[in-house]
Design a protein around this ligand. Structure first.
Ligand SMILES: *Cc1c(COP(=O)(O)O)cnc(C)c1O
Length: 387
């Protein structure tokens, strides 16, 4: 078995569970590698806030000079408050409300990623009312595979996202009738937790075809944005804490055919923050069931919903025990049968009061927490505050 992660157990003993623990050294090391590799590949990075919008995490990320990829007005506000310059904020999303568009126009963000003609018309109208011009990129649906869970693929025809390639001509016609819109880019995002570089290569090939078509219409774009989606190693968070940014970014740079002066952008979320976060939870009871033992813990899907929502795997460790390994179903206290973190999980023999570490929980963890069952939202503890 992989060795366990190293956690400050002494400090943890006085912190009320459950809580998120962020290892800021892992986060900074990740950002260091990401920014170095992005610079080498001449790729601009916008961090996807939806993966984790904890204020301190945002300010650390901001410190490395990344831009922000937002999918709501609330995220645009959070990005501004965390110090991301408006000129580095992109705003995507299939359903932007008028107030969200107005907010982004007022801040003067870099670019709206537009997903339909009706949305385009509303942005034109709202920008006209303000006497402003909105920069937009067209988010196309490239209809390519992403080899990931079907709930987190977004770039197939049946998904709600993006403009179908067959409709692109009509959308460009519409753009040309909008005096308050400036078309500056092309955007795609095909899904999340993608480990196969072939999927990204296929995406680049499709974008190359789209650009050939745009050339014929003499549409010249300033940037191509390939979205996010790079996966992380949920099975071995210690062996590979920093994702394969180099291979990923080099693949994109090699496969994409840019036009003169065009810049290349990406929007990673999970790969930036996934491995720095751990959900720490306490064992309330060991309950002997029929042919299985349940370790009932004080965290539930209210703190981390990924296992319940996408059948996602998270490595779980008993960080209080070195006794022989046994198997447990690790379950939460929420009144739903889906409130399960893992079945047949090998753990060092576990007893009431032990702390379990649910690893790789930095992305789509704390940010998706809810108050269902009138539970309190989880706290966040940072490694750099523990001495
Ligand atoms: C969710 C999302 C991302 C980030 O995806 P990750 O898999 O977390 O890297 C990037 N761009 C858009 C438009 C998104 O919706």
């Amino acid at each position: 078995m992989d060795r366990k992660g190293v956690f400050p157990l002494q400090a943890f003993s006085s912190i009320e569970t459950p809580f998120y623990y962020y290892d800021t050294t892992v986060l900074r090391d990740t950002l260091e590698v990401l920014t170095q590799q992005a610079k080498a590949a001449r790729i601009e990075v916008h961090y996807a806030l939806k993966a984790n919008a904890n204020r301190r995490i945002l300010s650390i990320i901001r410190g490395y000079g990344l831009g922000a990829d937002c999918v709501s007005g609330g995220e645009v506000k959070a990005a501004i408050e965390a110090g991301f310059p408006a000129s580095k904020i992109v705003f995507a999303g299939v359903g932007k409300a008028d107030w969200e568009i107005n907010l982004a126009l007022d801040y003067g963000i870099f670019c709206f990623n537009v997903e339909s003609i009706p949305e385009l018309m509303v942005i034109e109208e709202l920008a006209a009312a303000k006497g402003k011009t909105a920069n937009i990129a067209l988010r196309v649906n490239p209809n390519v595979e992403a080899d990931t869970h079907h709930y987190i693929t977004t770039g197939k025809e049946e998904n709600k996202f993006g403009i179908a390639l067959g409709d692109l001509d009509a959308v460009i016609d519409a753009v040309e009738r909008c005096p308050h819109i400036k078309l500056i880019g092309l955007h795609v995002h095909i899904g999340s937790q993608i480990m196969e570089m072939n999927n990204f290569a296929g995406l680049c090939n499709r974008i190359n075809e789209v650009q050939d078509k745009l050339d014929k219409r003499r549409v010249v774009l300033e940037h191509v944005n390939l979205g996010g989606g790079l996966g992380i190693d949920y099975h071995h968070p210690n062996r590979q804490p920093i994702p394969e940014f180099e291979t990923y970014l080099k693949t994109l740079r090699k496969m994409i055919k840019l036009r003169p002066g065009q810049t290349l952008h990406v929007e990673p979320g999970r790969s930036v923050v996934g491995q720095c976060g751990t959900l720490i939870t306490k064992v309330l009871y060991i309950k002997e069931g029929v042919k299985r033992n349940f370790a009932i813990v004080d965290a539930g899907f209210t703190e981390l919903i990924r296992p319940a929502l996408y059948q996602a795997y998270h490595k779980i460790e008993n960080i209080s025990s070195e006794a022989a390994v046994e198997k447990y179903d690790v379950v939460g206290p929420i009144c739903e049968s889906s409130d399960v973190f893992g079945k047949d999980v090998p753990l060092n023999q576990t007893k009431r009061g032990d702390l379990l570490a649910i690893r790789s929980a930095g992305a789509y963890g704390e940010v998706m927490a809810s108050q269902y069952n009138q539970r309190a939202l989880p706290k966040a503890i940072f490694s750099e505050d523990i001495h």
